[in-house]
Design a binder for this molecule. Sequence first.
Ligand code: NAD
Length: 361
Amino acid sequence: MDKKVGIGLIGSQFIASIHVDSFKKIKDAEVVAVMSPTPGNAKKFAETHQIPNHFTKLDDMLAMDKIDMVVLGAPNFLHCEITLKVAKAGKHIVVEKPFCLNMKEADLMIDACKEAGVKLMYGEELCFAPKYVRLKSLLDEGALGKPILLKQSEKHDGPHAPHFWDVERSGGGVSMDMGCHAFQFFRWLNGNNPVKSVYAQMSTTVHNHKTKGDDNGIIILEFENGVTAMAEESWTKLGGMDDRAEIHGAEGVAYADLLQGNSIQTYSNKGIGYAVEKAGNTIGWSYTMFEENWNYGFPQEMEHFVDCVKNDKEPLVTGEDGRAVMEIIFAAYESAGTGKKVELPFRSDAAKPYDLWKNRD
Ligand SMILES: NC(=O)c1ccc[n+]([C@@H]2O[C@H](COP(=O)([O-])OP(=O)(O)OC[C@H]3O[C@@H](n4cnc5c(N)ncnc54)[C@H](O)[C@@H]3O)[C@@H](O)[C@H]2O)c1
């Protein structure tokens, strides 16, 4: 392709703001349109970010020839339906995490994109986060020896929009919403070695009045090559987003703290305007982030996907990765529901992961 990759954004709220900010830094990309169904939202977003076209109807945006790649930032329950439409329109697509609601949807999405000859890219920015990329390089050069235990955790005090709390629309709680980051991160670190088994403990502890979903989860993966990985996920941790990883090897250990470890430790009597995602009260000590999106790897991720579309390359994170992560999520909810370790491959016809935990027959 000898022109800039034309981008169409779906969604105009939280993740769409991160997407548009990322594309501003990418010379080979041009955001040509934004679509959001709520009247006025896409228009306002387009004005704020100088995007030339805005739509309330997806079909209208997909009719634009100038769009080569669509980035999907809508709630989880819409990922499959929208991906099928985008594929049919012949546009490449980036699907935000988690991939979709169930295994059948994952298959439909992969098949539709294959049939249409478009790239299906799965949005997992942790594979592009500069600190985690460096962490992986320590493992890859052998500095830590044979890997034994991988750990990753993501914690904050709960999501910002109602659809996350509603298991019918989200598919599950924090073990799905944030566990999906850890599962793809582990697979990437461990060279896509197959996962052998999954064990999980989940609970709803603080937000029972708001959700049936889990607000805390601990998930242990066992890989075929003997590596163990442990994910800790929480929607009840106060004091701002926390994201960290560890690699324990036979000849070394490495700890990487993505946010707090890169922040400006700030004390203020008055509080500060913005410190970090979901910071809560910033009076007193807080962790003030700089270049938050860059630290997460969002611009790097989008630059990679643009390069894949422009130069017809294979993406680092694909629909198949999204499906593999969904399988682990399903196995985790099955384990939490049965109290047993679950062997992979694990296939379930459940409509959503949550059903294997609390909606068992
Ligand atoms: N990679 C990450 O770290 C990360 C972070 C946040 C959210 N996400 C994911 O991004 C997705 C959106 O989350 P969010 O935080 O932006 O939610 P949000 O509620 O802030 O925004 C959702 C957007 O989707 C739009 N939308 C609703 N129905 C739609 C439809 N039928 N067609 C098109 N758009 C529609 C809404 O109008 C809104 O603009 C979720 O799947 C979430 O898991 C990923």
